[in-house]
Every structure is written in structure tokens, then in C-alpha cells.
Design a protein around this ligand. Structure first.
Ligand code: ATP
Ligand code: MG
Length: 314
């Protein structure tokens, strides 16, 4: 079990890890929405993609950069890192190389960012455990079905009582147990339901009851998260999220984005992240700056423009 790094990386930024060993549960979708939501309230955000095979978060951010250039729009970008899995024949060498690269990324963003959001792959790995060990907030998206609940716990087939904790549930429990003596911090664990049916159903309420029972056993909070909405599926190629201005570029989708935007904001509130006033002021200034973009700027405006120019490192 990994314990060492946490104390070294505690000062700042606040680390949000999005993790679940179940593939396709919505990690990257939720990670990207959290990232954009934070940037829109003026927070300086860095991102790390640990899923070096699929690199979906990396592609999402690259598309956002491309779309921003193309549409000359106001698209905020995080400082991005993608950490490759080392693939030599020796496991200890791989872990040492991955640790060094991870530490370099953290050092590069330290002190210049308020948050780092880490997207993880859908399988157990050294890097995935390393990320969990330094989380301040862990967000686990969970599709609304018993099959997905199985990644956290096994349930009695008749009563649906929790009869055992599954591999990922144990992994998080162990990580939290080892973390506490290192720096006294508690990882705040939020399970966010995803793809919740807009129609509602009996099975949903039973899954919900199982989740509540498990929440008290494992010590996580439950957020309603996101409903099943087409808008989450359609925005990826342009690097957009439900929080961006969509009506002009995507008329059909833009209209449906409002309820999605509300649920993203509700998730952000439920996470209770340390978002400070300075960030909100930065966001207001930035909006003002972009609003006056069409009018000629004088020298003072230019010198006082946004100073946090985003950069991407791969
Ligand atoms: N709330 C939602 N409504 C509709 N579609 C969704 C929603 N959330 C995610 N999806 C879709 O579900 C699929 C899986 O989502 P995503 O890639 O974010 O999951 P993931 O957990 O990161 O997957 P992986 O484990 O492969 O990395 C994608 O096609 C995504 O567009
Ligand atoms: Mg993913």
C-alpha cells in the first residue's frame, strides 16, 4: 500500500481524484465537467490523465483547445499532463519511473494552481493507487445499476443487504486508513450516481437504498450526480461541456444543456470544495475582459489582462 507521498504534496493544490475500477462509469465525463466548472469560477486548475492507453481526458482537452482556436471563443483550458505507464520488463523500475514522472508533474503545478483533477484508468495499477493516496477529494461515478454497485460491494440477492466489500471498496478503505497517520487528513469520498434515468424506476430506488446502506459502511457521501442525457455524449468532439455557451454553435444541443448545467453546478456544491473568493473575483474580471473584447484596449488593459495563460504539457 502506498503511503509516503501524501505528506510531501499536502500544501497545495487541492487534489480531486476521479476513480472507479469499473470501465465506462463516467469518470472522464465527470472529471472534465468538474474541471470546467472550477475554471468558470476562476480557479486555477491543472489536470492529470493517468489513463495513458485511452487518453480520453487528454483528447477532450486537445479538442477544447482546437475548438477554442477555431471559434475564437472564450474557452478556459487547464494546465494538462498525461503520464505514461512505464512498460519495461521490471516492475520495480516501472514503478520508480512512474513515481518520478508523477512527482515531476505535481512539482510543476505546485503553488500555481488551486486544484488538480486526476482522471484514472478503469483498472488497478501503481499510478492509480498513487493518485488515490494523495486525494483530498475522491469522486467515484457510479452508473445506476446493481452491476455497477458490485464494484463497491456484494449484496444479498433477496434482501439487498450489504454482505461484503468488493475490491475497489477495499482499496479506497485501505488507502484512507494508511493516509490518516501520514498527515491527519481524511479523504473526502463522494460517490456520484451517473446516467440516472430521467424516468425514475423501482430498480433505481432499490439501488439507491443499497448505496445509502453502503455509504454508512464505507464512509462516503452520495451525490445524485448526472442524469442520462444526450448532451454529455455529444460534446466530446468539440471539447465542450454543458457549462459552455452552446446555443450559437450547437443550437439543438444548447437548448438541452440547461438542466445538465444545473446538475453539474449541484455536484460542485455538493463536493464542498475550498473555492476561494479570490478565484471568484478572477472569474468576474475575466468575464469583464472578454465582454470588452470587441472594444479597443488601451495599454493598461493589456497589461492587466488574464495572467494565468494556460499551457499543456504532455
Ligand atoms: N450522464 C451521462 N449521460 C449520457 N451519457 C453519458 C453520461 N456520462 C457518461 N456518458 C457516456 O458514457 C460513456 C462512458 O463515459 P466516460 O468515458 O466518461 O467513462 P469512463 O469511466 O471515463 O470510461 P473508462 O473507464 O473507459 O475510462 C461515454 O460514451 C460517455 O459519453
Ligand atoms: Mg475515462
Amino acid at each position: 500500500m502506498l503511503t509516503a507521498p501524501a505528506h510531501r504534496w499536502r500544501s497545495s493544490p487541492h487534489v480531486i481524484v476521479v476513480g472507479n475500477e469499473k470501465g465506462g462509469s463516467g469518470k472522464t465525463t465527470i472529471a472534465m465537467h468538474i474541471v470546467v466548472a472550477l475554471m468558470k469560477v476562476g480557479q486555477r486548475v491543472a489536470t492529470i490523465d493517468l489513463d495513458s492507453r485511452q487518453q480520453t481526458l487528454t483528447h477532450y482537452i486537445e479538442s477544447r483547445r482546437g475548438w477554442g482556436r477555431r471559434s475564437q471563443g472564450d474557452l478556459e483550458l487547464p494546465t494538462h499532463f498525461c503520464i505514461a505507464r512505464a512498460e519495461s520488463a521490471r516492475m520495480d523500475e516501472n514503478e520508480a519511473a512512474e513515481f518520478a514522472e508523477f512527482e515531476r508533474a505535481i512539482a510543476a503545478m505546485q503553488d500555481r494552481h488551486d486544484f488538480v483533477v486526476i482522471d484514472t484508468p478503469p483498472h488497478d495499477s501503481y499510478l492509480m493507487r498513487l493518485a488515490h493516496s494523495i486525494a483530498d477529494t475522491l469522486v467515484t461515478p457510479l452508473n445506476d445499476s446493481f452491476l455497477d454497485l458490485d464494484v463497491l460491494a456484494r449484496l444479498d440477492p433477496v434482501t439487498f443487504d450489504v454482505i461484503g466489500i468488493s475490491h475497489y471498496g477495499e482499496l479506497v478503505r485501505e488507502t484512507r486508513r494508511h493516509r490518516r497517520p501520514v498527515d491527519g487528513a481524511l479523504i473526502d469520498w463522494m460517490v456520484a450516481r451517473n446516467r440516472v434515468s430521467l424516468l425514475g424506476s423501482h430498480s433505481n430506488s432499490v439501488v439507491s437504498a443499497g448505496l445509502d446502506e453502503l455509504a454508512s459502511r464505507l464512509g462516503f457521501r452520495v451525490a445524485l450526480g448526472f442524469h442520462e442525457r444526450q448532451v454529455y455524449r455529444n460534446l466530446f468532439p468539440r471539447g465542450l461541456t454543458a457549462l459552455d455557451e452552446l446555443s450559437e454553435t450547437m443550437p439543438g444541443i444548447g437548448a438541452g444543456a440547461l438542466p445538465a448545467r444545473r446538475e453539474v453546478q449541484a455536484l460542485l456544491e455538493a463536493l464542498k470544495l475550498p473555492i476561494d473568493e479570490r478565484g471568484r473575483r478572477r472569474a468576474a474580471l475575466r468575464a469583464e475582459w472578454f465582454a470588452s473584447h470587441d472594444s479597443p484596449l488601451d495599454t493598461d488593459d493589456l497589461l492587466a489582462g488574464p495572467s494565468d495563460e494556460p499551457a499543456t504539457t504532455k
